[in-house]
Design a protein around this ligand. Structure first.
Ligand code: CA
Ligand code: CA
Length: 306
Protein backbone atom coordinates (compact mmCIF):
# COMPACT_ATOMS: atom_id res chain seq x y z
CA UNK A 1 0.00 0.00 0.00
CA UNK A 2 2.72 2.43 1.02
CA UNK A 3 4.89 1.48 -1.91
CA UNK A 4 2.03 1.97 -4.33
CA UNK A 5 1.23 5.37 -2.89
CA UNK A 6 4.79 6.66 -3.20
CA UNK A 7 5.08 5.31 -6.75
CA UNK A 8 1.95 7.29 -7.66
CA UNK A 9 3.29 10.38 -6.02
CA UNK A 10 6.55 10.09 -7.93
CA UNK A 11 4.69 9.73 -11.20
CA UNK A 12 2.50 12.78 -10.57
CA UNK A 13 5.57 14.88 -9.75
CA UNK A 14 7.21 13.81 -13.00
CA UNK A 15 4.06 14.71 -14.93
CA UNK A 16 3.98 18.11 -13.36
CA UNK A 17 7.58 18.84 -14.32
CA UNK A 18 6.96 17.56 -17.84
CA UNK A 19 3.96 19.86 -18.23
CA UNK A 20 5.79 22.88 -16.85
CA UNK A 21 8.87 22.60 -19.04
CA UNK A 22 12.15 24.44 -19.08
CA UNK A 23 13.09 27.94 -20.13
CA UNK A 24 16.56 28.56 -21.50
CA UNK A 25 18.03 31.96 -20.69
CA UNK A 26 21.35 33.37 -21.82
CA UNK A 27 23.07 36.70 -22.07
CA UNK A 28 24.52 37.07 -25.57
CA UNK A 29 26.65 40.15 -25.22
CA UNK A 30 24.17 42.78 -24.12
CA UNK A 31 21.14 40.87 -25.48
CA UNK A 32 19.13 38.77 -23.05
CA UNK A 33 17.62 35.79 -24.85
CA UNK A 34 14.91 33.80 -23.10
CA UNK A 35 13.28 30.86 -24.84
CA UNK A 36 10.52 28.67 -23.46
CA UNK A 37 9.64 25.25 -24.83
CA UNK A 38 6.37 23.94 -26.23
CA UNK A 39 4.99 23.18 -22.77
CA UNK A 40 3.09 25.57 -20.51
CA UNK A 41 5.85 27.69 -18.96
CA UNK A 42 5.30 30.02 -16.07
CA UNK A 43 8.07 32.58 -15.71
CA UNK A 44 8.68 35.72 -13.74
CA UNK A 45 11.46 38.13 -14.78
CA UNK A 46 12.27 40.84 -12.28
CA UNK A 47 14.96 43.52 -12.27
CA UNK A 48 15.60 45.11 -8.90
CA UNK A 49 16.88 48.59 -8.08
CA UNK A 50 20.48 47.30 -8.01
CA UNK A 51 20.04 46.07 -11.59
CA UNK A 52 20.05 42.36 -10.85
CA UNK A 53 17.77 40.37 -13.14
CA UNK A 54 16.13 37.27 -11.69
CA UNK A 55 14.32 34.74 -13.83
CA UNK A 56 12.16 32.59 -11.64
CA UNK A 57 10.33 29.51 -12.84
CA UNK A 58 6.95 29.01 -11.21
CA UNK A 59 4.68 26.00 -10.76
CA UNK A 60 7.38 23.56 -11.79
CA UNK A 61 8.87 25.50 -14.71
CA UNK A 62 12.66 25.49 -14.56
CA UNK A 63 15.18 28.02 -15.88
CA UNK A 64 18.24 26.38 -17.41
CA UNK A 65 17.20 23.28 -15.46
CA UNK A 66 17.13 25.09 -12.12
CA UNK A 67 14.39 26.82 -10.20
CA UNK A 68 15.80 30.29 -10.93
CA UNK A 69 18.66 32.23 -12.47
CA UNK A 70 20.02 35.60 -11.35
CA UNK A 71 22.18 37.80 -13.56
CA UNK A 72 24.11 40.32 -11.48
CA UNK A 73 23.48 43.81 -12.88
CA UNK A 74 23.97 42.86 -16.54
CA UNK A 75 24.48 45.47 -19.26
CA UNK A 76 21.17 45.05 -21.08
CA UNK A 77 20.74 46.74 -24.40
CA UNK A 78 17.85 44.56 -25.44
CA UNK A 79 15.87 41.45 -24.59
CA UNK A 80 14.12 38.77 -26.66
CA UNK A 81 11.64 36.65 -24.78
CA UNK A 82 9.97 33.80 -26.68
CA UNK A 83 7.56 31.57 -24.80
CA UNK A 84 6.83 29.24 -27.76
CA UNK A 85 3.85 26.81 -27.70
CA UNK A 86 1.82 25.89 -24.62
CA UNK A 87 -0.35 28.04 -22.37
CA UNK A 88 2.35 30.29 -20.95
CA UNK A 89 2.29 32.81 -18.16
CA UNK A 90 4.89 35.57 -18.18
CA UNK A 91 5.37 38.35 -15.66
CA UNK A 92 7.97 41.05 -16.32
CA UNK A 93 8.60 43.48 -13.49
CA UNK A 94 10.89 46.48 -13.77
CA UNK A 95 13.01 45.19 -16.65
CA UNK A 96 15.12 47.98 -18.16
CA UNK A 97 16.61 47.82 -21.65
CA UNK A 98 18.40 50.68 -23.37
CA UNK A 99 16.92 49.64 -26.73
CA UNK A 100 14.25 47.04 -27.64
CA UNK A 101 12.26 44.58 -25.56
CA UNK A 102 10.55 41.94 -27.69
CA UNK A 103 8.12 39.41 -26.28
CA UNK A 104 6.59 36.61 -28.34
CA UNK A 105 4.06 34.45 -26.50
CA UNK A 106 3.87 31.83 -29.23
CA UNK A 107 0.81 29.65 -29.79
CA UNK A 108 -1.46 28.69 -26.87
CA UNK A 109 -3.64 30.56 -24.40
CA UNK A 110 -1.04 32.89 -22.96
CA UNK A 111 -0.96 35.62 -20.35
CA UNK A 112 1.64 38.37 -20.08
CA UNK A 113 1.85 41.09 -17.48
CA UNK A 114 4.55 43.64 -18.27
CA UNK A 115 6.01 46.52 -16.26
CA UNK A 116 9.15 47.67 -18.06
CA UNK A 117 11.31 50.52 -19.25
CA UNK A 118 12.43 50.07 -22.83
CA UNK A 119 14.58 52.81 -24.34
CA UNK A 120 13.66 51.61 -27.86
CA UNK A 121 10.56 49.68 -28.92
CA UNK A 122 8.42 47.34 -26.85
CA UNK A 123 6.65 44.67 -28.82
CA UNK A 124 4.35 41.95 -27.55
CA UNK A 125 3.20 39.32 -30.00
CA UNK A 126 0.65 36.57 -29.55
CA UNK A 127 -0.01 33.82 -32.02
CA UNK A 128 -3.03 31.47 -32.24
CA UNK A 129 -4.86 31.17 -28.89
CA UNK A 130 -6.77 33.28 -26.39
CA UNK A 131 -4.21 35.69 -25.03
CA UNK A 132 -4.31 38.28 -22.27
CA UNK A 133 -1.71 41.03 -22.37
CA UNK A 134 -1.31 43.78 -19.79
CA UNK A 135 1.28 46.54 -20.09
CA UNK A 136 1.22 49.00 -17.21
CA UNK A 137 3.49 51.48 -15.45
CA UNK A 138 5.78 51.28 -18.45
CA UNK A 139 7.96 53.73 -20.32
CA UNK A 140 8.75 53.11 -23.97
CA UNK A 141 11.28 55.34 -25.75
CA UNK A 142 9.99 54.73 -29.26
CA UNK A 143 6.98 52.56 -30.24
CA UNK A 144 4.73 50.14 -28.36
CA UNK A 145 3.39 47.41 -30.64
CA UNK A 146 0.95 44.71 -29.58
CA UNK A 147 -0.08 42.19 -32.20
CA UNK A 148 -2.34 39.25 -31.43
CA UNK A 149 -3.08 36.24 -33.60
CA UNK A 150 -6.34 34.34 -34.09
CA UNK A 151 -8.27 33.83 -30.85
CA UNK A 152 -9.94 36.02 -28.28
CA UNK A 153 -7.49 38.73 -27.26
CA UNK A 154 -7.69 40.81 -24.15
CA UNK A 155 -5.22 43.71 -24.30
CA UNK A 156 -4.94 46.15 -21.46
CA UNK A 157 -2.51 49.10 -21.70
CA UNK A 158 -2.49 51.56 -18.85
CA UNK A 159 -0.54 54.19 -16.91
CA UNK A 160 2.28 54.32 -19.42
CA UNK A 161 4.37 56.80 -21.41
CA UNK A 162 5.29 56.10 -25.01
CA UNK A 163 7.68 58.34 -26.93
CA UNK A 164 6.35 57.37 -30.37
CA UNK A 165 3.32 55.41 -31.57
CA UNK A 166 1.17 52.80 -29.87
CA UNK A 167 -0.34 50.20 -32.19
CA UNK A 168 -2.63 47.35 -31.21
CA UNK A 169 -3.72 44.83 -33.82
CA UNK A 170 -5.90 41.87 -32.94
CA UNK A 171 -7.17 39.20 -35.29
CA UNK A 172 -10.66 37.79 -35.88
CA UNK A 173 -12.93 36.78 -32.93
CA UNK A 174 -14.24 38.92 -30.10
CA UNK A 175 -11.43 41.01 -28.73
CA UNK A 176 -11.22 43.53 -25.96
CA UNK A 177 -8.70 46.37 -26.03
CA UNK A 178 -8.46 48.84 -23.16
CA UNK A 179 -6.11 51.83 -23.28
CA UNK A 180 -6.22 53.96 -20.15
CA UNK A 181 -4.08 56.81 -18.93
CA UNK A 182 -1.56 56.78 -21.77
CA UNK A 183 0.55 59.64 -22.95
CA UNK A 184 2.41 59.36 -26.22
CA UNK A 185 4.30 61.53 -28.66
CA UNK A 186 2.79 59.79 -31.69
CA UNK A 187 -0.39 58.00 -32.74
CA UNK A 188 -2.65 55.56 -30.93
CA UNK A 189 -4.02 53.03 -33.45
CA UNK A 190 -6.26 50.14 -32.53
CA UNK A 191 -7.39 47.68 -35.17
CA UNK A 192 -9.48 44.69 -34.06
CA UNK A 193 -10.50 43.03 -37.34
CA UNK A 194 -13.66 40.86 -37.51
CA UNK A 195 -15.67 39.77 -34.46
CA UNK A 196 -17.69 41.65 -31.85
CA UNK A 197 -14.95 43.80 -30.39
CA UNK A 198 -14.81 46.19 -27.51
CA UNK A 199 -12.38 49.13 -27.64
CA UNK A 200 -12.13 51.42 -24.63
CA UNK A 201 -9.82 54.43 -24.66
CA UNK A 202 -9.70 56.84 -21.75
CA UNK A 203 -7.36 59.56 -20.52
CA UNK A 204 -5.30 59.59 -23.69
CA UNK A 205 -2.93 62.28 -24.90
CA UNK A 206 -1.56 61.55 -28.36
CA UNK A 207 -1.03 62.98 -31.84
CA UNK A 208 -4.00 61.01 -33.20
CA UNK A 209 -6.46 58.30 -32.21
CA UNK A 210 -7.72 55.70 -34.67
CA UNK A 211 -10.01 52.75 -33.94
CA UNK A 212 -10.94 50.41 -36.78
CA UNK A 213 -13.09 47.48 -35.70
CA UNK A 214 -14.17 45.88 -39.00
CA UNK A 215 -17.25 43.59 -39.20
CA UNK A 216 -19.20 42.50 -36.11
CA UNK A 217 -21.22 44.31 -33.45
CA UNK A 218 -18.50 46.50 -32.00
CA UNK A 219 -18.32 48.92 -29.13
CA UNK A 220 -15.91 51.86 -29.24
CA UNK A 221 -15.77 54.16 -26.24
CA UNK A 222 -13.42 57.15 -26.09
CA UNK A 223 -13.44 59.26 -22.94
CA UNK A 224 -11.10 62.17 -22.19
CA UNK A 225 -9.10 61.75 -25.36
CA UNK A 226 -7.04 64.72 -26.49
CA UNK A 227 -5.11 64.66 -29.75
CA UNK A 228 -3.23 67.32 -31.70
CA UNK A 229 -4.28 65.86 -35.06
CA UNK A 230 -7.23 63.55 -35.99
CA UNK A 231 -9.69 61.23 -34.27
CA UNK A 232 -10.88 58.55 -36.65
CA UNK A 233 -13.36 55.78 -35.76
CA UNK A 234 -14.57 53.22 -38.32
CA UNK A 235 -16.74 50.33 -37.17
CA UNK A 236 -17.81 48.72 -40.47
CA UNK A 237 -20.90 46.48 -40.71
CA UNK A 238 -22.73 45.12 -37.64
CA UNK A 239 -24.80 46.97 -35.02
CA UNK A 240 -22.13 49.17 -33.51
CA UNK A 241 -22.10 51.59 -30.64
CA UNK A 242 -19.67 54.53 -30.59
CA UNK A 243 -19.52 56.81 -27.56
CA UNK A 244 -17.25 59.86 -27.52
CA UNK A 245 -17.11 61.86 -24.30
CA UNK A 246 -14.84 64.88 -23.85
CA UNK A 247 -12.88 64.25 -27.01
CA UNK A 248 -10.90 67.05 -28.62
CA UNK A 249 -8.91 67.09 -31.83
CA UNK A 250 -6.44 69.69 -33.10
CA UNK A 251 -7.59 68.77 -36.59
CA UNK A 252 -10.73 66.67 -37.38
CA UNK A 253 -13.03 64.11 -35.77
CA UNK A 254 -14.43 61.50 -38.15
CA UNK A 255 -16.79 58.68 -37.20
CA UNK A 256 -18.16 56.23 -39.74
CA UNK A 257 -20.30 53.35 -38.51
CA UNK A 258 -21.17 51.88 -41.95
CA UNK A 259 -23.85 49.14 -42.27
CA UNK A 260 -25.95 47.89 -39.34
CA UNK A 261 -28.20 49.71 -36.87
CA UNK A 262 -25.67 51.88 -35.13
CA UNK A 263 -25.75 54.28 -32.22
CA UNK A 264 -23.34 57.21 -31.96
CA UNK A 265 -23.30 59.32 -28.80
CA UNK A 266 -21.12 62.45 -28.84
CA UNK A 267 -20.79 64.47 -25.65
CA UNK A 268 -18.55 67.56 -25.55
CA UNK A 269 -16.64 66.72 -28.70
CA UNK A 270 -14.57 69.43 -30.35
CA UNK A 271 -12.62 69.53 -33.58
CA UNK A 272 -10.49 72.52 -34.55
CA UNK A 273 -11.36 71.81 -38.19
CA UNK A 274 -14.11 69.31 -39.20
CA UNK A 275 -16.42 67.02 -37.20
CA UNK A 276 -18.04 64.48 -39.51
CA UNK A 277 -20.34 61.68 -38.38
CA UNK A 278 -21.71 59.16 -40.88
CA UNK A 279 -24.17 56.41 -39.92
CA UNK A 280 -23.96 54.46 -43.17
CA UNK A 281 -26.62 51.91 -44.10
CA UNK A 282 -29.14 50.61 -41.54
CA UNK A 283 -31.25 52.48 -38.97
CA UNK A 284 -28.76 54.68 -37.20
CA UNK A 285 -29.14 56.97 -34.22
CA UNK A 286 -27.07 60.06 -33.46
CA UNK A 287 -27.20 61.46 -29.95
CA UNK A 288 -25.62 64.92 -30.03
CA UNK A 289 -24.75 66.30 -26.61
CA UNK A 290 -22.48 69.05 -27.77
CA UNK A 291 -20.28 68.87 -30.83
CA UNK A 292 -18.26 71.88 -31.97
CA UNK A 293 -16.19 72.23 -35.12
CA UNK A 294 -13.96 75.08 -36.31
CA UNK A 295 -15.00 74.52 -39.93
CA UNK A 296 -17.59 71.88 -40.96
CA UNK A 297 -19.89 70.00 -38.60
CA UNK A 298 -21.74 67.35 -40.56
CA UNK A 299 -23.85 64.36 -39.58
CA UNK A 300 -25.33 62.21 -42.30
CA UNK A 301 -27.06 58.87 -42.84
CA UNK A 302 -28.72 58.94 -39.41
CA UNK A 303 -32.40 57.96 -39.24
CA UNK A 304 -32.96 59.16 -35.68
CA UNK A 305 -31.52 62.23 -33.98
CA UNK A 306 -31.66 62.49 -30.21
CA1 CA B 1 5.85 27.52 -23.79
CA1 CA C 1 2.56 30.10 -25.77
Amino acid sequence: MNRRKSALRMESLENRIALAGDVVAALEGSLLVVAGDNLANELSITQNAAGDVTLLGLNGTTVNGLSSLTLANPLLNSAEIRMEGGNDKLTVTGLRTSTDLNIDLGAGNDAANVVANAGGNLSVKGEVGNDTVTVRGTRVGIDLNVEMGTGTANVNLRNSNIGGNTTVITDVLNDRVTAANLRMGGDLSIETKEGADNVQASLITARSFTAITDKGADIVTATDVRVSDDVNVETSTGDDRVTLTRVSAGNSVKVNTDGGNDLVVATIVSAAVDAIFAGGDGFDTFDNNGVTAGAVFEFKEFELLL
